[in-house]
Each structure stands twice: as structure tokens, then as C-alpha cells.
Design a protein around this ligand. Structure first.
Ligand code: ADP
Length: 296
């Protein structure tokens, strides 16, 4: 199984515990998912598709990916740009985020259409998110969606996390319209109920399922924090409880690691309930430690 994740990875500056000092790492929704997939299934080929700069921080990101065996051969390098950055600050115990990503290289990830087509053709599973779409200019978004649509029509498996982030979109109407376009060409849609309810007005996870099934998805897995995961698969609708965690430390990357846990089971012939239970065990570990990337 060859997995290709498409999106943006940023440098992260997180409080180190020593006031005024920060620790640097790398994170981003689609990157987190391929990172966890590699951790869970080193036997699966996992590639990341993005664009980065030619500076030392971009070199460091490449080194980090190479070190954990993520295939970086599709990553393009731009002399005029660098990777995005975000800073986490603790204000009265609450995490607050500041972003510097407007001119990040990843905004150009879909500019090299021929390379994109090649990368997608070499994969069995293509994974992208609403954030991947949000950071692109409209022409680049169309180009990426056209490539993914063709791959889907060709019989590749496409997995999509809507990851609704209104702040990254020009307006919520464009966000909702484009996310539904993404779902149309996806076999597997992995939304989070809280965001979907807020932006689409879904009254319950079943409504989220129906909306994405109507768009054309074969499987819809609706995450819902500590509440049961609702799913649709081959005409069946059911829910799977998640493990109860007494000590939730940091929910960063809960959804991203859940997606990796689910996709890591795709090539195993096991029931949906077991795939979802495996995915929520991964997320349960992640939310009991600090940071987006937790050693499993
Ligand atoms: P996202 O991070 O995309 O908002 P969710 O918050 O819905 O996603 O969480 C994704 C998964 O992480 C859930 O389906 C569940 O398995 C696990 N999870 C998140 N929060 C909790 C919690 N408080 N207790 C137990 N599991 C949780």
C-alpha cells in the first residue's frame, strides 16, 4: 500500500516550560497524519507532497521527514519562499496560536501540475484536507481537485478530512462549497462533528453522515471528541464508543492521529468497528501527552 498525503507542514514554536523560551518542532494536519501512519505501520510506504523553501529551516524539515522514513521525493523547493510558522503561547493556562503562513511555500504546492499527476499516479491512497484546499489560490485549488478527481475516477482510494478552518478561507460560503467538492471525489470522509455542526448546522452525527454520503462518499467516519464515533460503510450505519480518558492533557492532533489509526488498518480485512476502535486508541494516547507529535 502506497500512501500520499498532500498539504502544509509548518514550523511550530511551543513553550519549553522555561518562561520566554520556545521549543521548535514541525506540525501540520496532513503531515501529522503521515507521521503517525509511519509510526504505526513502518511497512507502509508514506509520502508527503508539499512545497518548502531552500533555506536551513526547510532543510531541517526535510531531514526530520527523512529520519522517520517519509518519502520526500515529491517535495518541491522554492528559492523565493520558506515554510509557514506558528507560535503557541500559554495565556492563563489556555493555548493561543499566532500564525505566519501567508507567504508559505506550501501555497504553491499545486503549481507543478505534471509532478502532482506523477505523485498521485504512484500512490494507492491519496489523503488531503480542507486545510490543504484552504491555503491554495482558486486556480491551484481547481488544479489539485481536478487531479484528485481523475485519480478517484481511475480507481484510487481518496481520503479527506474536511478540517473546517474558517479563518483560512475568504468566507464560509467558499469554505463549505469547496469542502463539499472535496468530498465528492473522496471514498472516505473523516469529519469532526463539532466543526460540522457549527458550520453546516448538522443536528447530529447522522446528519453529517447523510450530507457526505449524498455528496458521493462510500465511507464516512464522524469523530466527536469523547462521544461515540458514528460511521457509514457499505450501507451500514453504526456507532463505536471511544475509550474514556480521565486525564486529557492536550487534544492537539487528536483528529489527525485518529485518521492515521484508521487508514493504517485499511489494507487489513477487519470490520469497521475494529478499525475505528484502533483509531480511537491511537488518538487516546495522543491526547494524554503534550504536542502534536507524540511517540506511540
Ligand atoms: P478533532 O481533533 O479533529 O477536532 P475530535 O476532537 O473529534 O477531533 O477527536 C478525534 C478523536 O480523538 C475522537 O474520535 C476520539 O477518538 C479522540 N478523543 C478526542 N477527545 C477525546 C476525549 N476527551 N476523550 C476520549 N477520546 C477523545
Amino acid at each position: 500500500m502506497r500512501f500520499l498525503s498532500i498539504g502544509e507542514c509548518m514550523a511550530e514554536l511551543a513553550p519549553s516550560g522555561d518562561p520566554g523560551h520556545f521549543r521548535m518542532g514541525f506540525a501540520g494536519d496532513t503531515f501529522n497524519t503521515v507521521w503517525y501512519l509511519r509510526a504505526l505501520r513502518p511497512d507502509i510506504h508514506g509520502a508527503y507532497y508539499t512545497a518548502i523553501g531552500m533555506d536551513t529551516i526547510s532543510d531541517k524539515l526535510l531531514e526530520e521527514m527523512d529520519a522517520i522514513g517519509i518519502d520526500t521525493s515529491w517535495i518541491s523547493r522554492r528559492p523565493d519562499r520558506t515554510i509557514g510558522l506558528y507560535l503557541i503561547e500559554l495565556l492563563n493556562g489556555e493555548r493561543s496560536f499566532s500564525y505566519w503562513r501567508n507567504s508559505s511555500a506550501a501555497k504553491c504546492l499545486a503549481d507543478e501540475k505534471a509532478a502532482l499527476i506523477k505523485a498521485v499516479a504512484a500512490a494507492d491512497i491519496i489523503y488531503f484536507s480542507g486545510i490543504t484546499l484552504a491555503i491554495l489560490e482558486p486556480y491551484a485549488r481547481d488544479s489539485l481537485l481536478d487531479t484528485i478527481r481523475e485519480a478517484h475516477e481511475f480507481g484510487k482510494t481518496v481520503a479527506f478530512d474536511p478540517n473546517l478552518r474558517p479563518g483560512l478561507w475568504p468566507d464560509t460560503k467558499t469554505m463549505k462549497k469547496t469542502v463539499m467538492r472535496g468530498a465528492e471525489m473522496s471514498n472516505i470522509v473523516l469529519p469532526s462533528f463539532e466543526d460540522e455542526a457549527f458550520h453546516f448546522g448538522d443536528i447530529d452525527p447522522a446528519a453529517t453522515i447523510e450530507r457526505y454520503v449524498s455528496a458521493g462518499a462510500d465511507r464516512v467516519i464522524v469523530k466527536n471528541g469523547p462521544h461515540p464515533v458514528a460511521f457509514f460503510h457499505q450501507g451500514n450505519r453504526d456507532t463505536v464508543p471511544v475509550s474514556q480518558i480521565a486525564n486529557v492533557v492536550d487534544t492537539t492532533a487528536a483528529g489527525d492521529s485518529f485518521n492515521a489509526g484508521y487508514l493504517a488498518e485499511l489494507d487489513r480485512d477487519i470490520p469497521q468497528q475494529e478499525m475505528i476502535a484502533a483509531a480511537s486508541r491511537v488518538a487516546a494516547k495522543v491526547i494524554q501527552s503534550h504536542g502534536a507529535l507524540v511517540q506511540l
